[in-house]
Design a protein around this ligand. Structure first.
Ligand SMILES: [Zn+2]
Length: 271
């Protein structure tokens, strides 16, 4: 079986048992398959490069309980507080503040009923805090557009009726903090033109310090049993423990796309 991208086919025999569904773009196809020895069902909608890295990450990390998928096998976490809010363009949501895990606090913004839906997936984005992008709309990264696009066009989309934004405070600069992120920017902009990863290493950090356990624990607490994850980051895919029904690439507004079959699954309709 293969995953198609740009007319090329990448062999994934033995990793995905896939059945293609209708695709509206030339870039991505949707696939449903079994993955990992624990039997977590994953249907991916992903570019081939993402699929290959994701499968590597997921296969390497998945080794714990039968409920668990990925590295986030931490169990539930009770929120410290919760309130009902109304957001412009989204409507009424519940906001949960969870305790810090692995130096990250998950703020869950939940629309509608997301608990125990019998395998009907809900749209979820795991968003790493980025002050300059999220708040000030820096052009250096895509964080701001990705955040607003999900909030307005997915969570606020009445087609969905439900979903969750899992915002991770403490993930600034891939987990190195804002001050160090600014130092990393200086190295990236300097004469050596270091990559973000190399700059973080130069500063004494790992290329990516983030853990997604706090997001996994929030999904456990919310009793979400299936998600469509909006991300282009395979570490986020590997990091949550809830079954993933699909992955929708979410790297920029231009790449925003979702297959009609995935939309139908989100709505609970047969495909
Ligand atoms: Zn950013």
């Amino acid at each position: 079986m293969h995953v198609a991208s740009h007319g090329a086919f990448w062999p994934l025999d033995g990793l995905i048992t896939a059945a293609p569904v209708r695709c509206r773009t030339q870039v991505f196809n949707a696939y449903r398959g079994q993955h990992c020895q624990h039997g977590s069902a994953i249907a991916g909608v992903m570019a081939a490069s993402l699929a290959r890295e994701f499968l590597f990450q997921a296969g390497r990390l998945c080794s714990r309980s039968t409920r668990c998928f990925g590295s986030g096998c931490t169990g539930s976490a009770e929120p410290e507080s919760m309130a009902t809010e109304t957001f412009r363009g989204v409507g009424e949501v519940r906001v949960f503040a969870y305790p810090v895990q692995d130096r990250a606090r998950c703020i869950a913004v939940v629309r509608g009923n997301v608990s125990r839906l019998g395998g009907v997936p809900i749209p979820v984005r795991i968003h790493s805090e980025c002050l300059l992008g999220d708040v000030f709309d820096s052009t250096r990264c895509q964080c701001g557009p990705q955040l607003r696009d999900f909030m307005l066009n997915v969570l606020g989309n009445d087609e969905h009726r439900n979903g969750a934004m899992l915002y991770l405070q403490g993930h600034e600069g891939k987990g190195i903090g804002l001050s160090n992120k600014l130092r990393s920017y200086v190295l990236q902009d300097g004469s050596e033109r270091l990559s973000e990863e190399d700059a973080n290493i130069r500063l004494g950090f790992a290329p990516d310090e983030r853990s997604f356990r706090a997001a996994a624990a929030a999904l456990e607490h919310l009793e979400v049993d299936s998600v469509v994850l909006y991300t282009d980051n395979p570490r986020k895919v590997a990091g949550i423990s809830t079954a993933i029904a699909a992955v929708v690439p979410w790297s920029s507004r231009e790449q925003r796309w979702i297959d009609e079959a995935v939309w139908a699954r989100i709505r609970g309709q047969p495909t």
